[in-house]
Design a protein around this ligand. Structure first.
Ligand SMILES: Cc1cc2nc3c(=O)[nH]c(=O)nc-3n(C[C@H](O)[C@H](O)[C@H](O)COP(=O)(O)O)c2cc1C
Length: 360
């Protein structure tokens, strides 16, 4: 299943494992996917520079194949201190339920993007992908000089055009089915909920760099369909969430394997930014919150201790269970088996379609 894009990256099938920050995208998962011929990826957005360096080296101990590292382009939020304090006080009720102490008000903490980028440059990672915006031009230039392949995330055609103009080598088209945070950086995330089937061909018509289809792709049928739409490859997240190599907490994996296509919703109550996940009691409750939900990354920092304690307690009701709409097709197969099965299914689907065309 090679094409110009896979040859450029040095991979043997057009399957990228989605970078999944917050635990699922471990070095084990990335290396397993890369060793199977796809492109594994670390979701490094929340990691400190030291954690990123360690994870990159761990991937390299496990594979000599190409892999990617993903970061979050930083953004500012102007939430008033009073709103942050009110939210923090409100969250104490969940903390009490989990048996953790009330958290003091702490300013939002997100690792320095510049310091994270510096590690990627020093380590010379084969692929750098990003979401939530466009990095400064000098950062893109520095990556290019280092020979790194650059992938930006778009949820609309306009975002894809801006990314191409900024110099990316490929655009990941994130359809509304996708699990996790929305990559939207122009306008309102609610206006950028374009399904993968609609987004990919419209974007492929308007940019000259390769398009990577992402959102709701779970098997070879999705891969074959994406190639037919004009994508050069697919990026699959939810499909790998319940694999043994994924670092998602047990309760998250359990919920992925037992939920259907109608189980998810888009919410900003966990992080202050729109993201798709399996509906939980926390999501339901917080919809009735009378105050202002602080923006990203403040709300994300405020809810972190709750999400982590809930995962420790194996209580999915207060966890963020990011997942896409393809849920019913998720399996607990090993990552390499998911890659191989997806390729075999796509080849079969394309073969069947070719016969159909022959009969026409
Ligand atoms: C648990 C989870 C975490 C994610 N974290 C990131 C991330 O750190 N960076 C990123 O660019 N995309 C992230 N995404 C979005 C994926 O890149 C991709 O758009 C999505 O997984 C595709 O949809 P699918 O889950 O239906 O395959 C995440 C998705 C999930 C499910």
């Amino acid at each position: 299943m090679e094409n110009a894009f896979t040859r450029r990256l040095g991979i043997s099938c057009p399957i990228l494992q989605a970078p999944m920050a917050g635990g699922p995208a471990t070095p084990e998962l990335a290396a397993a996917v890369s060793n199977a011929g796809g492109l594994g990826s670390l979701g490094a957005g929340y990691w400190t520079p030291e954690q990123i360096r360690d994870a990159i080296r761990e991937v390299r101990r496990r594979t000599d194949r190409p892999f990617g590292v993903n970061l979050f382009v930083p953004e500012r939020t102007d939430t008033a201190d009073e709103a942050v304090a009110a939210m923090n006080a409100h969250l104490n009720h969940y903390r009490a339920r989990l048996g953790i102490g009330p958290a003091p008000f702490t300013p939002a903490h997100a690792p320095s993007f510049e310091a994270q980028l510096q590690v990627l440059l020093e380590e010379g990672v084969p692929v750098f992908s990003f979401t939530f915006g466009i990095p400064p031009a000098d950062a893109i230039q520095a990556m290019k000089r280092r020979g790194t392949f650059i992938v930006g995330t778009a949820t609309t055609v306009e975002e894809g055009i801006r990314l191409e103009a900024a110099g990316v080598d490929a655009v990941a088209a994130q359809g509304s089915e996708a699990g996790g945070h929305r990559g939207t950086f122009l306008g309102d995330a609610g206006d950028a909920l374009i399904g993968t089937l609609a987004l990919v061909p419209q974007l492929a018509d308007r940019v000259s760099v390769p398009v990577i289809a992402s959102g709701g792709i779970m098997d070879g049928r999705g891969l074959a369909a994406s190639l037919a739409l004009g994508a050069s490859a697919v990026q699959m997240g939810t499909a790998f969430l319940a694999s043994p190599e994924s670092g998602a907490p047990a309760a998250h994996k359990r919920m992925v394997l037992s939920s259907g296509e109608d189980a998810t919703a888009i919410t900003h109550v966990y992080s202050g930014k729109a993201a798709r996940g399996i509906r939980t009691e926390f999501m339901q409750d917080m919809q009735a919150y009378p105050g202002t939900i602080p923006g990203y990354p403040i709300q994300n920092a405020l809810t972190r201790d709750i999400r982590q304690a809930a995962a420790q307690a194996d209580d999915p009701s207060l966890m963020s269970l990011w997942a896409g709409q393809g849920l019913r097709l998720a399996t607990a197969q090993a990552a390499a088996d998911i890659v191989r099965r997806t390729v075999a299914e796509a080849q079969a689907a394309i073969g069947n379609l070719s016969k159909l065309a022959g009969q026409g």
